[in-house]
Design a protein around this ligand. Structure first.
Ligand code: DGJ
Length: 715
């Protein structure tokens, strides 16, 4: 990692492990010059692909473009002045280099941990007329190819400004023949890979739901047409934010592509008083010359070690059993203890009590907000249940959904104005619930006190923090008219602040985020909670796609995956316990079914799975992921995990439907050391080069929903 400035030409050269990112000031404009494979720092990199002319900004590659003076493409920001005008023109002012990464106040972001593991370049641009200054921040990291970008907009003028658009990053590239790759889906069908040519016009991904959403992940990559898992060029853009986002690639009349990512300007209007500043969320940009696999591994390492935080960041995660699909709302303390008892015999380490333990909650129509124990189900209280679980040798975890309020609740009766709403309009319910107005500090404080009261009074090791609806009627009873356009973002800031306070107050608790499955599986959440429930769909066939897609960006340690009952509750499919185990073991492993109903044969199989996962979980959770066969392209799926030192690896192969008269399967491994020899359990010893270049042959698996595992150990 290095940041080199050629003062005479005001050329800024950022270097990651194998990547260069170059900008230059020309006629006062901050011009984007290059982003790609590392260039040697020869001292003369000035390239000027497009001579800037002030009357032709439309042709210029820019770093933070504006609208109104000749560039007709999407701007990176827009402000409205008190005189009603929206024209600005940013010119270069100054720069500084920091050997650290400053925190983004109130926002999640990648962080530096050790002295000199990060370098940050800040470039300040100014619009003299309005007094707007934009501080653009670029960080590079030791041993990484990521560039983290964000912008701080400062009102240095004497008059109030309205911020209408403030994206995190904008880059102009010469790649109009590339394809857009992103993750799309729905509830219980998250993270499906999509790929399509760019073409003239826009490829626009966004959320207007007040949350990142199941529908589109806050991520966009441009990939060369030949890009696969191990080859081709990839430009990845990932936003560290959990609210409304925009990611867009616009191909213009000169076949240039402007790629942008940031908070969605839709319905956004932020008042910036004189002297105030606005910090955008962070975008993490990753270039890979080694295809999608290379990009994913860069994101995984950075997000696992420099975005996730807390005591559990570097620890292997406990194997849990969650009672949601086992009992739904219908449980007693005795039933929970019975499940935990069997869990303990099987080797499970943690019990998570899901929805239904509080207020009068017997279905999803009441009680969110009433965070006191339901005495009909748990007459001796939560603490007593936690102790009983602990006595069985399991740690205790608890589900909460703090951001919500049921109209049928004591909290709503006491504070009907505490939800997001607009006076005189209907309050749209989803899952019979409304959203608490977390833009208000007193509501954040109330939740902090309430949650702290519970978390601090019982022996609690784990919290599942759920969030089960999008935001509607986004307005606050507390904010003046001119600030109503800030509420969606202020809501997110309130959630982040609450999560920061709670996770700091309870450092020993492992937090998992959830949003009806993967509705808020984004980098913003990972900053506070190092793992997330990937999907409410627990069917192992569906999960192949969901987990494969999620792994494009997110580290495997963060992807919650459970074995559930058959017929599967979401799709009604029967799959064998072996495949359910193999799919769930490919993530952060657990069970979500009534363990007391296992047959003796199933108990033996589950014991085997748990013992195996304990043995391999450090490779799965902390090793490197190599995707071998995509469920989006093949009838087979395969992926493998390799320990950092390449001495151990484990590969999973899945075949959903059996086919007659098939050829031998040949699986080519990846990520091994070509110089090392590996013993493949049950097969023999082979060179790493042979296993990667030739592969390993085996007979087609028999039966539908078949899977198998290969364990490789360097000898
Ligand atoms: C949605 C979650 O995704 C489920 O796992 C479960 O916790 C339910 N909410 C409980 O209401």
């Amino acid at each position: 990692m290095k940041i080199r400035v050629q003062e005479n030409e005001l050329l800024f050269h950022l270097q990651g492990e194998t990547v260069s990112y170059i900008m230059q000031v020309v006629d006062g404009e901050l011009v984007h010059q290059y982003w790609g494979k590392k260039l040697r720092d020869t001292g003369n990199l000035s390239m000027l692909p497009h001579t800037p002319k002030s009357d032709n900004l439309d042709m210029l590659h820019q770093e933070y473009p504006q609208y109104g003076n000749g560039d007709f493409r999407n701007p990176a920001y827009q402000i409205k002045l008190e005189d009603g005008s929206r024209i600005t023109h940013l010119k270069y002012d100054s720069y500084r280099i920091l050997s650290c990464k400053p925190v983004l106040k109130g926002l999640p972001a990648v962080y530096s941990e050790k002295e000199d593991d990060t370098l940050t370049l800040e470039i300040t641009l100014k619009d003299a007329y309005s007094g707007l200054a934009v501080v653009m921040s670029y960080s590079v990291f030791a041993g990484s190819d990521a560039v983290a970008r964000s912008s701080r907009l400062v009102n240095e003028g004497g008059k109030r400004l309205h911020l209408l658009r403030a994206l995190s990053a904008s880059v102009d590239l010469d790649v109009s023949d590339y394809e857009a790759l992103y993750l799309a889906g729905a509830w219980s069908r998250e993270a499906h890979l999509q790929r399509r040519p760019l073409g003239p016009g826009s490829t626009k991904l966004e959320s207007r739901r007040g949350m990142s959403g199941h529908q589109l992940n806050p991520f966009l990559a441009l990939v060369s047409p030949d890009a696969g898992e191990e080859q081709g060029e990839v430009y990845g853009f990932s936003l560290v934010y959990s609210g409304n986002f925009l990611a867009e690639a616009e191909v213009d009349f000169m076949q240039k592509v402007r790629v942008q990512i940031g908070m969605n300007p839709f319905d956004f209007d932020w008042v910036l008083e004189a002297g105030d500043s606005f910090q955008t969320p962070e975008a993490v940009l990753v270039y890979s010359a080694e295809g999608l696999g290379g990009m994913s591994r860069t994101y995984h390492k950075l997000y696992r070690t420099r975005l996730c935080r807390g005591e559990y960041r570097d620890q292997v995660r406990p194997i849990l059993v969650n009672n949601w699909e086992a009992t739904y709302f219908n449980f007693t303390a005795d039933k929970i203890e019975e499940i935990a008892k069997v869990g303990s015999e099987l080797g499970i380490e943690l019990f998570v009590l899901d929805d239904g333990w509080f207020g009068k909650r017997n279905d999803d129509t009441t009680s969110l907000g009433d965070w006191f124990v339901n005495e009909e189900k748990l007459p001796l209280g939560l603490g007593n249940l936690a102790e009983r679980i602990n006595k069985q040798g399991l740690k205790f975890g608890l589900w909460v959904e703090p951001e919500m309020i049921s109209p049928e609740s004591e909290l709503y009766r006491a504070h009907p104005d505490w939800c997001l709403h607009v006076e005189g309009r209907r309050r749209t319910e989803a899952r019979t619930q409304l959203v608490l107005d977390l833009s208000r500090k007193e509501i954040e404080d109330y939740l902090f006190d309430t949650l702290s009261g519970i978390f601090g009074s019982i022996p609690l090791s784990y919290v599942k923090w759920d969030m089960n609806r999008s935001l509607t009627e986004i307005g606050s009873a507390d904010a003046p008219a001119e600030r109503q356009g800030e509420i969606a973002h202020r809501y997110m800031l309130g959630v982040y602040s609450l999560m920061e306070r709670i996770t700091t107050a309870f450092p020993h608790i492992l937090f998992e985020s959830c949003s009806s499955g993967g509705g808020r599986f984004d980098p913003g959440m990972l900053y506070y909670m190092p793992q997330a429930w990937a999907s409410d769909d627990t069917d192992s066939v569906e999960r192949l796609k969901i987990q494969y897609g999620t792994s494009l960006i997110y580290p495997v340690s963060s992807i919650g995956a459970h074995v559930s009952a058959v017929p599967n509750h979401q799709v009604g499919r029967f799959t064998p316990l072996s495949m359910r185990g193999d799919v769930a073991m490919s993530g952060n492993f657990g069970y979500e079914l009534d363990l007391t109903r296992f047959t003796e044969e199933e108990r033996i199989e589950v014991k085997r799975q748990i013992a195996l996962y304990k043995d391999i979980r450090s490779i799965i959770q902390q090793g490197e992921l190599y995707r071998l066969k995509s469920p989006f392209e093949h009838k087979e799926t395969a992926w493998m995990f390799v320990s950092e030192d390449k001495t151990e690896a484990i590969a999973f192969y899945f075949k959903v439907l059996a086919e007659p008269f098939g050829p031998q399967i040949n699986l080519r491994f990846r990520g091994l050391d070509p110089e090392k020899n590996y013993e493949v359990e049950g097969f023999g010893t082979y060179g790493g080069d042979r296993l990667m270049q030739v592969g390993l042959s085996f007979d087609p698996l028999k039966g539908d929903y078949a899977s198998t595992i290969f364990r490789l150990t360097a000898v």
